[in-house]
Ligand binder design. Structure first.
Ligand code: SAM
Length: 280
């Protein structure tokens, strides 16, 4: 395979099962002049398996500018560079953003070689709505910051996808239960493409108990997916109810205003109350 000169290839690698390596990824890694890797020792195993002997250099997003410049320098000499991470697609909760940004800014072509990605695999098999979703990556590790991040998502209607470390999964599920409620559906997708692959859907309260009771569920690599909140239908009022509510809201708190307006107009109290919240 002939590679174009002065191109930065972003190459996805397996998330567990080496048979998931796509042929084009092997060819690019074999033919590139240099491979930048998150952890060169880790990538050596992949290289041996696929008989790749291209030189490896370390790259992570806090690599100093000199390291980034050296990689860009190789591109400007007309060489082909490939970027890989320890597993899956680079830049997805993995290093590479700075390098890609700089390479593009300097006019180099950046070519993705698509392949495995844990959250895409999890979403494709979870059984939660996948037409619209939000990928949140890792939540903050500290409880308060995690709670704040979850609170910010409390009204999110799209399926939410998180990466989580095994030693934190139980605490995170409990924090999710407190934020999203007992009955909200959650999926744990664990050890995808590996021997102990598990994909399990339960309401949050049951999931907390299931994971607590089986310490195996607190091992390995984990994606959590939470069903989005029910869409709150925008409340629409007829002109008379709206006039009554506006008058009452000038004097009373929303709950009281809604109760009195319901008596006057015969309109559902909850609808009136929801309408008042939307006016803020
Ligand atoms: N770049 C990777 C990707 O494309 O998915 C993600 C790298 S991130 C540093 C590592 C996290 O991805 C793990 O902590 C876990 O949450 C998730 N992950 C990676 N491999 C996985 C697997 N085989 N099964 C489940 N989750 C996995």
């Amino acid at each position: 395979m002939g590679l174009d000169k002065a191109v930065l290839y972003i190459v996805a690698t397996p998330i567990g099962n080496l048979a998931d390596m796509v042929p084009r990824a092997v060819e690019v890694l074999q033919c590139a002049d240099l491979v930048a890797a998150e952890d060169t020792r880790h990538s050596q195993r992949l290289f041996s398996h696929f008989s790749i002997d291209t030189p490896l250099v370390a790259y992570h997003d806090h690599s100093d500018d000199q390291r980034t410049d050296k990689i860009l320098e190789r591109l400007s000499q007309g060489q082909t560079v490939a970027l890989i991470s320890d597993a899956g697609t680079p830049l997805i909760s993995d290093p590479g953003y700075r390098l890609v940004r700089e390479a593009r800014a300097r006019g180099f072509t950046v070519v993705p070689i698509p392949g495995p990605c844990a959250f895409v695999a999890a979403l494709s098999a979870a059984g939660l709505p996948s037409d619209r979703f939000t990928f949140e990556g890792f939540l903050p590790a500290k409880p308060l910051a995690r709670e704040k991040a979850l609170q910010a998502l409390s009204r999110e209607t799209r399926t939410m996808v998180f990466y989580e470390a095994p030693h934190r999964v139980l605490d995170t599920l409990e924090a999710m239960r407190q934020c999203f409620g007992d009955t909200r559906e959650v999926v744990i997708a664990r050890e995808l493409s590996k021997a102990f692959e598990t994909i399990h859907l339960l309401p949050l309260a049951d999931m907390v108990e299931w994971v607590r009771a089986d310490s195996n569920q607190q091992r390995g690599e984990i994606v959590l997916l939470v069903r989005g909140a029910e869409e709150v239908k925008s409340a629409e009022l007829d002109a008379e109810s709206e006039r009554v509510m506006k008058l009452l809201l000038a004097e009373l708190p929303p709950k009281r205003a809604a109760a009195i307006a319901a008596e006057i107009t015969g309109v559902n109290k909850k609808l009136l109350y929801n309408w008042s919240l939307e006016q803020k």
